[in-house]
Design a protein around this ligand. Structure first.
Ligand SMILES: Cc1cc2nc3c(=O)[nH]c(=O)nc-3n(C[C@H](O)[C@H](O)[C@H](O)COP(=O)(O)O)c2cc1C
Length: 251
């Protein structure tokens, strides 16, 4: 495969084999609505065969940092329509990267609400950007089973919203220590219910989210990003080869 040759992705043909990595830009409004600078930014980069968007919050609770975009209100969806239209006008293809930050956030960014995670274990030795400057991480609240089921539905709805907004597909951001990775990692998941305690149980949240995303958009349009060896955001996986092999065998 040569870089400038066409490539296949799902049932789509990409005009070349270059993909643009997702990059958080923090250019949305405080309401998570993207504006003209985001339309221009993605239009300028549509010569790539595939663009993966910056991470997009699936819900208000998912939001960890100020000025990051969302895809859970009608205003947010309508704003993304301008972005996807611009990319398509240039012959590009764009996937939406779906994001729940979990403990990688701060109550100052979350209207006073405590961050949530697989377990009540905070990030140590790092600080988080807020509109009031850098702040130490707080200890998150462990999610209940009912809340976990709701978040899985939030991912599904966000995937449906992404299709409405004109995205060609969706990618679960399960990398770099955000909520799905907080469930995957033994360093952040100390649960002893069906979502923790064993490799199989720690993989369950990601698998259930992917099942719902596939149900929402189809298997040809659903992707996942994993980072088995990254330690960003205080994450470590003790047996990455075994765990991630057991995970991707399902895809
Ligand atoms: C400012 C910045 C923002 C990023 N935002 C995201 C993001 O939203 N989602 C994601 O999966 N990765 C994100 N990344 C990681 C990049 O996609 C990429 O993996 C990383 O920069 C390493 O790429 P390289 O190996 O080509 O240097 C970000 C990286 C940077 C520097």
């Amino acid at each position: 495969m040569k870089l400038l040759e066409q490539a296949n992705l799902g049932n789509m043909v990409l005009k070349n084999s270059m993909a643009m990595a997702p990059m958080t830009r923090s250019r949305a409004g405080m309401d998570g609505v993207v504006g003209d600078s985001t339309v221009l930014y993605y239009r300028q980069r549509a010569s790539a065969g595939l663009i993966i968007s910056e991470a997009i919050n699936i819900s208000k609770q998912a939001t960890g940092s100020p000025l990051t975009p969302g895809i859970y209100t009608q205003d947010q969806i309508n704003a993304w329509k301008k972005v996807t239209r611009a990319v398509h006008e240039e012959g590009g293809v764009i996937y939406a990267q779906l994001w729940h930050t979990g403990r990688v956030g701060h109550s100052l960014v979350k209207h006073g609400e405590q961050p949530v995670s697989a377990s009540a274990l905070g990030i140590q030795g790092q600080q988080h950007f807020t509109m009031e400057g850098m702040k130490d991480y707080e200890t998150p609240r462990a999610l209940t089973i009912e809340e976990i089921k709701q978040i899985i539905q939030d991912y599904k709805q966000a995937a449906i919203n992404a299709v409405e907004a004109g995205f060609d597909g969706v990618e679960l951001h399960a990398a770099f220590g955000y909520l799905p990775d907080q469930f995957l990692a033994d360093s952040s998941n100390l649960r002893n219910d069906e979502y923790g305690g064993s490799m199989e149980n720690r993989n369950r949240f990601v698998l259930e989210v992917m099942q719902e995303m596939v149900a929402a958009v189809g298997e040809n349009k659903a992707a996942i990003r994993l980072s088995p060896t990254s330690t960003y955001n205080n994450i470590s996986h003790q047996q990455p080869v075994e765990q991630f092999t057991a995970l991707i065998i399902h895809f």
